[in-house]
Design a protein around this ligand. Sequence first.
Ligand SMILES: Nc1ncnc2c1ncn2[C@@H]1O[C@H](COP(=O)(O)OP(=O)(O)OP(=O)(O)O)[C@@H](O)[C@H]1O
Length: 310
Amino acid sequence: MTNAIELRKLTKTYGTRRGLTGLTLDVRAGEVFGFLGPNGAGKTTTIRLLLDLIRPTSGSATVLGLDPLTDGVALRGRVGYLAGDFVCDGRQNVRGYLRFLAALRGGVPQERIDDLAERLGLDQSTSIKKLSKGNRQKVGLVQALMHTPEVLILDEPTSGLDPLAQQTFLTLVEEAAAGGQTVFMSSHIMSEVEAVADRVGIIRDGALVALDTVAHLRADAVRDIDVTFASPVPADAFAQVPGGARLSLDSAGTTLSGQLSGSPDGLVKALAAYTVTSLRVTEPALDDLFHAYYEGGDAAPRPDAVQAAS
Ligand SMILES: Nc1ncnc2c1ncn2[C@@H]1O[C@H](COP(=O)(O)OP(=O)(O)OP(=O)(O)O)[C@@H](O)[C@H]1O
């Protein structure tokens, strides 16, 4: 099997409200896929559809080749799921609670649970009722990871975690991927997704607006450019640079500045014909880049971006 998750024109409406509109997406087996989007974009809706916690209005989804609508039980044994609003309740302490969940999953070595808890800084003697939000999230992570499922579906997994636990989580994701597990994680924090994801999908208003590797998304973005030349260059020296429509040469012909879209390669080759005394290229901040995607701004994808990358 090459795809762990397949979504085909998946649509969910809540009465008159749009949750998801015709989402088609493949998550490859063994990849870490970052599912990004602003609040209300449809991330949680997508994830709930994958777990059959809600039913689609139209379209279909499969996870590990199984249909969540009909094969939910078989699927749950092979998936680790962390809900965005993970709650746990009961009179037990964390250890008892995790043991209970481990038994439901057919048994998990205690050392595995202990190791995850220790690495995340989760005290298993704490009563479930007394857990802070961050520690509750750690319990959620341990229960999702502990049985080493084939697919991890994690909705905002670092929400509420302190920076140390966030870092540990990213290491755990890397380990999962190294072991061949597939990870599908939603987030609205680009930096954490960038650190671990093979590919990223960006969803806005219930539809996919970008699908690519982080490196490609970054390469396609807009950069600020500032170049100074030792002597004046011809007025049209950079007129043909691909993506350089917003670059301009000053009247003296010694300074080129403005914005370059996409690959810098054409500009670099054009610059090579002249003596450059200073060069400043400002890489797009990923957060800026993603705000642009979210808001449909300048760096937002070309209409073919999703097609081309899928
Ligand atoms: N139970 C529901 N009833 C009505 N509308 C809903 C329901 N659940 C979600 N929606 C709507 O569907 C859209 C997508 O919501 P969803 O929770 O999937 O977004 P999200 O990307 O997970 O956002 P967040 O980052 O805030 O969790 C939103 O407009 C939301 O208001």
